[in-house]
Design a protein around this ligand. Sequence first.
Ligand code: HEM
Length: 161
Amino acid sequence: MSSSDQKEDSQQNVPRMTLLDPSNRTLNVPEFPSRNGPQRLYAAATKQPKGRKKVILEPGHSPLDWARLKSSGQDLRGVSQLGKYTLEDLKQHKSPDDAWTAIQGKVYNMTPYLKFHPGGVKDLMRIAGRDGTKLFMLTHSWVNAEFMLDACFVGFLVQGP
Ligand code: HEM
């Protein structure tokens, strides 16, 4: 058997799938993603844990509703001017009706955002009254907190005395 025959043989063992091209012609192509190919291995290694439930946001609390509220001009900060706050100061704001956090050196009053958070109130409350940078970045580093919470910005996190 010549080496080109061998090559053809090994290609015939590859599972194939049928596709339609844009002109509706049938194409018989190697299956994609291929068995044990990098795409399938990656997907298997990064599977979402079973039973993870999506949080159902209350009516009127979609991301669009939040965008509207934060640009409505309504006061969402609850302070009259920006301040400097220490971790000790933050600890005074750890309840659902008064929840502050710090992300990357900026302090936010996230109370009005709680019910709008796509990950739910409970998860967001984990960073209430403390520096939430680490947990925030671990969960979704792609989210732009500075923009999401610009209307809730109350000041800067500083070292304690
Ligand atoms: C002020 C801090 C936070 C802000 C502004 C924020 C914002 C967001 C945004 C915009 C999303 C949607 C992301 C997307 O669809 O790609 C999201 C999703 C999520 N967040 Fe947060 N988040 C914050 C803190 C946290 C914390 C501390 C946790 C966990 C301890 C958390 C857990 C989640 C989870 C699990 C989702 C996914 C929800 C889903 O897809 O069902 N978030 N968050």
